[in-house]
Design a protein around this ligand. Structure first.
Ligand code: PLP
Length: 434
């Protein structure tokens, strides 16, 4: 069941001459020929060789309503004809800000950016500027974008990572300045957090977390964990920042903070908020955001609230807000159907596999462990085998995130999911399992 990839291979050969590494983001590096997409619609992609894929990558999450949802296409097309970039205020940005503040429990003020990394950067700066404290506490295994201050201890080698209950910062790339004022902590471990916060008492501006960890598996916080993190932050006078770039608008209209019932001081959104266009947002309590309002903390960007992206966000958020029962009912139902189907397929194929996560996003792991709770557990799963499964699925027309993450959209039908389960079992059986 091997795809024909002649056109893709030729494009890749040419690309390697002109694009560093042949791809435009390190996340798109693959062992073989990368996916060359010709077009995308609903839950499907078509590549330049004419192969069709059921897509569970969805642009790394943004296409929550499927690719090219008609309302977004219409809004974007109409806006393109009225102006692509203003770098000035316009009515739609205020409407989107108002709706976002109504949907997200902790959002009283918002500032728009273009991509997630930028909004995350803005949140860290605001936390330091607001509190006057130097340090940020980040959890091992969490990803907050690819910029210098944050790209530490995402998937570090365990040889470098230090003790499990007191990890050290490990840079993610050559060329990165030293981890100034960064404190690394294991996730889902309250004792470690309490101890490490005590060690840095009076110095931590903010604790930053993916509220459901989606860059290292799809790991939900232990019951009560984030509530306790909230209390520790309050006790220490530190802000709590939720990085909702993946969870925002995906787990609930109000993101993971609604799903989990915990209110951060600041949160960042991107991906699913604009139906595939590049819009991100920093949102939070008015008292904190006032440091930006007053101009004390700088925040800027030529493309902030670019009208085409904002038109897409307006169309997307309107659907997520006004059709919330249908949208989230579908996302959770399809997610559960797929998770159950993949578990059964793995059992039939005799492969030890854990399938876990909220549903609208979840993870498959090659492991016989009953649970994965943090980065160190994740690092013990068979990630090389996951890479082989990714290739086997792609060959059979199913596109998942190579590390084993699956994103659902409202465009995935029950029949799509059932077809995916069949393909999954076939792909598992094709693997050289010990
Ligand atoms: C949790 C999280 N934060 C931040 C980012 C960075 O977003 P972007 O790639 O849009 O810069 C990502 C990207 O995957 C993410 O998953």
């Amino acid at each position: 069941m091997t795809r024909t990839l002649d056109v893709s291979r030729d494009l890749y050969t040419t690309a390697q001459r002109y694009i560093a590494g042949g791809v435009s983001s390190d996340a798109r590096r693959t062992a073989g020929v990368p996916l060359y997409v010709d077009r995308a619609s609903g839950a499907r992609l078509w590549d330049v060789d004419g192969n069709t894929y059921l897509d569970y990558v969805l642009g790394q999450g943004p296409a929550l309503l499927g690719h090219c949802p008609p309302a977004v296409v219409e809004a974007v097309s109409a806006q393109v004809a009225r102006g692509i970039v203003y770098s000035a205020q316009h009515a739609a940005e205020a409407r989107v800000a108002e709706r976002l503040c109504a949907m997200v429990p902790s959002a009283e003020r918002v500032r728009f950016n273009t991509v997630g990394s930028e909004a995350a950067h803005a949140a860290w700066r605001l936390a330091r500027g607001f509190t006057g404290r130097p340090k940020i506490l980040k959890f091992e295994g969490h990803y907050h974008g690819w910029l210098d201050p944050v790209l530490y201890s995402v998937h570090p080698s365990l040889d470098d990572a230090g003790p499990q209950d007191h990890p050290r910062p490990v840079p993610g790339t050559a060329g990165q300045p030293p981890a100034a004022d960064l404190v690394i902590c294991p996730w889902n471990d309250l004792d470690a957090l309490a101890r490490i916060m005590d060690e840095h008492a009076g110095q931590i501006a903010a604790v930053v977390t993916e509220p459901v960890l989606c860059n290292t598996g799809a790991i939900e916080p232990d019951p009560g964990y984030l509530q306790a993190v909230r209390e520790l932050c309050d006790r220490h006078g530190s802000l709590l920042i939720f990085d909702e770039i993946i969870t925002g608008f995906r787990l609930a209209p109000g993101g993971a903070q609604e799903y989990l019932g915990v209110s951060p001081d600041l949160s960042v959104f991107g991906k699913a908020m604009a139906g595939g266009m590049q819009v991100s947002a920093l949102a939070g309590r008015a008292a904190v955001m006032d440091a930006i309002s007053s101009g004390r903390v700088a925040h800027a960007g030529t493309f902030n609230s670019q009208p085409v992206g904002i038109a897409a966000a307006e169309a997307t958020l309107r659907i997520l807000d006004e059709q919330r029962e249908e949208v989230y009912g579908t996302l959770y139902a399809r997610g559960r159907q797929l998770m159950t189907g993949l578990r059964e397929a793995a059992a039939k194929a005799g492969v030890p596999m854990l399938v876990d996560g909220p549903g609208p996003v979840f993870q498959t792991y090659f492991t016989d462990a009953p649970a994965v709770r943090d980065y160190r557990d994740f690092a013990r799963t068979d990630r090389a085998m996951m890479g082989r499964l990714h290739a086997a699925l792609l060959d059979r027309g199913v596109n998942m995130v190579p590390r084993g993450l699956w994103f659902l959209s409202t465009a995935h039908t029950e029949a799509d999911v059932a077809a995916t389960v069949d393909v999954f079992e076939d792909a598992l059986r094709s693997l050289p399992l010990g």
